[in-house]
Ligand binder design. Structure first.
Ligand code: DP6
Length: 329
């Protein structure tokens, strides 16, 4: 094996992924629905995989162990296995750094598993092409499959039992549309539940889970058309619908999964009030209390300034569409 380094940017889903395919092996990590995302500029993971005397994982300059390190090493095993090399995987030193806003509650798993998969594939001389690497990244974390490209990306649900067609593909490059995502940091409470366990609980107990899955393809098709036409009002309507439908499904789980805090809803209402005044922002939110607001670049500064005044808001970051990942051997 060689040493390799990869940089991948994180992404935020505009049409959400929530739920795993029924009766599929957990190790394949097959989403029950497709999703559509925006890869973000600046917010990224940088990962190096090198030959070493024994396995180790360093995250943000601290040695990591336990569950986090276990997931990383398992992903190395998958890449080694996919590469079809004879013999056991050689021991590796993995060093990863996340450049994500501190305490933003942005999941690092998307950019993290994308960078890890790309670096490991290059280190193990495995070059099946980005689509196959996207399917491999998905096994580490579903949202990671989307971080194999910059710009606007769709993750296909697929139908194959082995997950080979459950991979992302690029819809439009970074330069397609000069939109911004405002990341509105609100107060944090104790984290409700991790995404993987939350998805399982929703599938097992939420009466809204079936309708959520059944309506997702229509949302994807409509969002894809609005994105191609650069129609913010139409896309924004679908973005909000997908977000609220996912959170309704989460909240109707037993026990309920509620990621929002009071300030989350205050920001949502502020965005809607500002929209009535002509500032076109559309909200989405993930497995946490923060709100992301999609808008055009020309209105981003005004919107950010107004949202910073909402009580409970700690900070607002502005991020545009991000680039493709890079790999160096
Ligand atoms: C709410 O990709 O973190 O952010 O596949 O179990 O690792 P696993 O889940 P993950 O889930 C992301 C859920 C979401 C919506 C989304 O990003 O589409």
């Amino acid at each position: 094996m060689k040493s390799a380094r990869a940089v991948a940017h994180t992404n935020i889903a505009l049409v959400k992924y929530w739920g795993k395919r029924d009766s599929s092996p957990a190790d394949l990590n097959l989403p029950a629905v497709g999703s559509l995302s925006l890869t973000l500029d600046r917010l990224r993971s940088e990962t190096t995989v090198c030959p070493a005397g024994h396995d180790s994982f360093t995250l943000n300059q601290e040695p990591a162990s336990g569950e986090v390190a276990g997931k990383v090493l398992r992903q190395l095993d998958r890449v080694w296995q996919a590469a079809g090399h004879a013999g056991p995987r050689p021991p590796c030193e993995v060093v990863s750094r996340n450049f994500l806003p501190t305490a933003a509650g942005l999941a690092s798993s998307a950019s993290g598993f994308a960078a890890l998969t790309l670096a490991a594939a290059a280190a193990f001389d495995h070059d099946p092409g980005r689509p196959a690497l996207s399917a491999l990244a998905r096994r580490g974390s579903g949202s990671a499959a989307r971080s194999l490209w910059g710009g606007f990306v769709r993750l296909e649900r697929g139908v194959a039992a082995d997950g080979s067609d459950c991979r992302a593909y690029p819809l439009h490059p970074q330069a397609h549309w000069d939109v911004r995502l405002l990341i509105v940091h609100t107060e944090r409470g104790p984290k409700a539940i991790g995404s993987t366990a939350g998805m399982q609980r929703s599938r097992d107990t939420s009466p809204y889970y079936g309708p959520w899955v059944d309506t997702s393809e229509a949302d994807l098709a409509a969002a894809e058309a609005a994105l191609a036409a650069r129609d913010l009002a139409v896309l924004g309507d679908i973005v909000e619908h997908s977000c609220f439908k996912m959170h309704a499904c989460m909240m109707a789980s037993r026990p309920p999964i509620v990621y929002w805090r009071g300030a989350t809803l205050d920001v949502v209402h502020a965005v809607w009030r500002l929209r009535a005044e002509g500032l076109q922002g559309y909200v989405t939110s993930d497995a946490g209390p923060h709100v992301k607001v999609l808008c055009l670049s020309g209105q981003a500064d005004d919107l950010a300034a107004r949202l910073r005044d909402v009580p409970g808001v700690h900070a607002v970051d502005l991020v545009g569409p991000g680039p493709d990942p890079t790999v160096e051997v």
